[in-house]
Every structure is written in structure tokens, then in C-alpha cells.
Design a protein around this ligand. Structure first.
Ligand code: ACO
Length: 318
């Protein structure tokens, strides 16, 4: 038994915050942000919207794309770093909003690698036969844990959600997943406070050593891709699409250059979405599926890297 992605969906809040808007908030310029990050704008959730609201919209679209109804789902895995509350999990709150009352639901916390961790987890459950059909979601309201006075970090992030319907299948689907963590890097990216009721308490905002994060991200994204290629007996030339975590266009371009992947095979949405953490990969995936770039038979590499540090890959035959 294997698993395959039967449908994708995503959701972005209505409010768009451009680099020009940020110029009025901190000492920055559109030119600096575009040159250093590739980011032009990001979406920000309304005060009334929580992570599970964004997740629900993405799930409704993924279910429609898969031709399924909420009651067809028996597993919900939500990757998020900005949960609605300490408990219940955002996955349980999402399950309630979707009107599902059976199966299992839980959250995965691996920051920007969260979606890859969640997809690998759901794949194992489906392969093992415990569940038949999963919603795997990455959803974040990162705007709530950002220091909007810190120009070094506030220009980098946005809110959003992406989801896939993952079904048990006789054929892959998901060819492999590889997950890694090294907690010794906890100091270079963290948020020491807490999120509660969609709000924050304690020392609440994201702290980052941007240069150290950049170098580590490029190194582990290259290693994770090589690991996936070797495990599946494929080469970089067999790859149709690289869907890497959308943190910075320079991280994606550097990784692609080291791997020998042409930029034309890299899905890039960070210019419009900024870094939406766990939501970034399923958001980018949904964009490339809906605009017709990712087609049946294509080989697609999903790669995440984020706080922890955590990183990993999922290789998919579409
Ligand atoms: N606008 C204008 N100037 C700025 C801004 C800003 N928004 N932010 C920093 N600067 C200034 C700095 O103060 C510094 O000024 P100084 O030389 O007078 O001291 C100068 O710009 C250069 O700063 P650097 O930090 O050296 O700039 P760099 O080219 O390294 O770019 C950046 C910084 C964009 C943060 C980069 O290091 C980066 O992208 N790192 C990866 C971080 C990341 O993606 N994190 C996301 C979370 S982790 C993840 O998702 C994997």
C-alpha cells in the first residue's frame, strides 16, 4: 500500500501588505527587500481569523479538487507553529469546523519543515493501513509572532494555508520521505514566548540570526535533495519540479544552482506570499498544480527547512 496526493488547495487572507506599506512602518525600502529576499508582498490575516480558519478554507478547496467530502476523511494532520490555542490541537478545531466526527486529528510542530513532516507522517499511516484518506495541512498566522518594529525579520513573513488530500493507493504517489533534526541549532531561530487564543504571551516575537539560517538552509536543502535522489535511483535530470520552502528567493536559487536544477524548474511564490512557514510548500504546490505546471507523471521534490533546526524531503510521482 502506498499513498498519493488526490487534490490540493490553498487560501490567502484578503489583506495584502506590500513592501511600500512596510516602508511606512520600519526603516526599509522596497528595493532592499526585493534585492535581499525576492519578496514583494505578503498576506496578513484579519484579527478575527485564526490558523484553523485559514486551514479550513484551504481544505475545502483541496477536497473539491479531489472530488471528496469532509466525511471521507479519517485522518487530519495540521502542521503549524501558530496554533489557535494550547489545546485542543488546531487539527481538532479544524475537524470541528469541517463537521467531521470520526478518525484521528493532531498537530505537527516542525516550523517551516512542518508540512514535509506532516506529509511523511500521514504517508506512513496510510501505508500501514491504519487510515484511508487524510487531509494534510500547513497553516500559519506568523504575523502574530512577528516584531513589527524589527526590520530584520518583519519584512520576511506572511500568513496563509495550504492543504492536500492524501489517499491510500496501490501505486505511488509518494516515493520516499526523509526527515532530519538537529536541536543544537535552536539558538539561531526561535520564538521564546507562547501563542494562546490566536494571541501571544511571554517574550513573543521571532528571533533570528539571518546569515546563519541562510547558510544552513542552503546546505541542508542540497543534502536532502541528494539523499532523495540516491534513495530512489534518480538523478537531478529526472526532476520536473523543485518545490522548496519559500523563505527567500536567494536560498531557492542557491540550492538550485548547487544541485544543477534550472531555475525554470523551481516553483517560486515567495515574491507574493513571503515566508508562510509550514504553509509555504503546500501553497506553492497548489499554485503550480492549478496553473498547469505540475502534470500527471511529473517527478516533484518537496523540501522543507526550518527552526529546530528541522529539514527533510518528500519525493512525489504526480
Ligand atoms: N531594510 C533595510 N536594511 C536592512 C533590513 C531591512 N528590512 N534588514 C536588515 N537591514 C540592514 C542590516 O541592518 C545591515 O545593516 P548594516 O550593514 O548597517 O549593519 C544590512 O542591512 C545587511 O544586513 P545583513 O543581515 O547582512 O543582510 P543579508 O544580505 O544577510 O540579508 C536576510 C538579511 C534577508 C535576513 C538574509 O540573511 C536571509 O534571508 N536569511 C535567511 C533568513 C530566513 O529566510 N529566515 C526565515 C526563517 S528560517 C526558514 O524559513 C528556513
Amino acid at each position: 500500500m502506498r499513498s498519493r496526493i488526490a487534490g490540493t488547495g490553498s487560501y490567502l487572507p484578503d489583506k495584502v501588505l506590500t513592501n511600500r506599506d512596510l516602508e511606512a512602518m520600519v526603516d526599509t525600502t522596497d528595493e532592499w527587500i526585493v534585492e535581499r529576499t525576492g519578496i514583494r508582498e505578503r498576506h496578513v490575516a484579519a484579527p478575527t481569523q485564526s490558523t484553523s480558519d485559514l486551514a479550513m478554507e484551504a481544505c475545502i478547496r483541496a477536497l473539491a479538487a479531489a472530488g471528496r467530502k469532509p466525511e471521507d476523511i479519517d485522518l487530519i494532520v495540521v502542521a503549524t507553529t501558530t496554533p489557535d490555542m494550547i489545546f485542543p490541537s488546531t487539527a481538532c478545531l479544524l475537524q470541528k469546523k469541517l463537521g467531521v466526527r470520526h478518525g484521528a486529528a493532531f498537530d505537527v510542530q516542525a516550523v517551516c519543515s512542518g508540512f514535509v513532516y506532516a506529509l511523511a507522517t500521514a504517508d506512513q499511516f496510510l501505508r500501514g493501513g491504519l487510515f484511508k484518506r487524510a487531509l494534510v495541512v500547513g497553516a500559519e498566522v506568523f504575523s502574530r509572532i512577528i516584531d513589527w518594529k524589527d526590520r530584520g525579520t518583519c519584512v520576511l513573513f506572511g500568513d496563509g494555508a495550504g492543504a492536500v488530500v492524501l489517499e491510500a493507493s496501490n501505486a505511488p504517489g509518494i516515493l520516499s520521505s526523509h526527515l532530519h533534526a538537529d536541536g543544537s541549532y535552536a539558538d539561531i531561530l526561535n520564538t521564546p514566548g507562547q501563542v494562546w487564543g490566536g494571541r501571544i504571551s511571554g517574550d513573543p516575537t521571532l528571533k533570528m540570526d539571518g546569515g546563519a539560517v541562510f547558510k544552513l538552509a542552503v546546505r541542508v536543502l542540497e543534502e536532502a535533495a541528494q539523499e532523495a535522489f540516491a534513495a530512489n535511483g534518480v538523478t537531478v535530470d529526472d526532476l520536473d519540479w523543485l518545490v522548496a520552502h519559500q523563505a527567500n528567493v536567494r536560498i531557492i536559487a542557491s540550492t538550485a544552482r548547487k544541485l544543477g536544477v534550472p531555475e525554470s524548474k523551481c516553483v517560486v511564490t515567495v515574491d507574493r506570499h513571503a515566508n508562510t512557514s509550514a504553509a509555504s510548500i503546500p501553497l506553492a504546490l497548489d499554485v503550480a498544480v492549478r496553473d498547469g505546471r505540475i502534470l500527471p507523471g511529473h517527478l516533484v521534490l518537496l523540501e522543507g527547512v526550518g527552526g529546530g533546526f528541522t529539514w527533510g524531503s518528500v519525493l512525489v510521482r504526480w
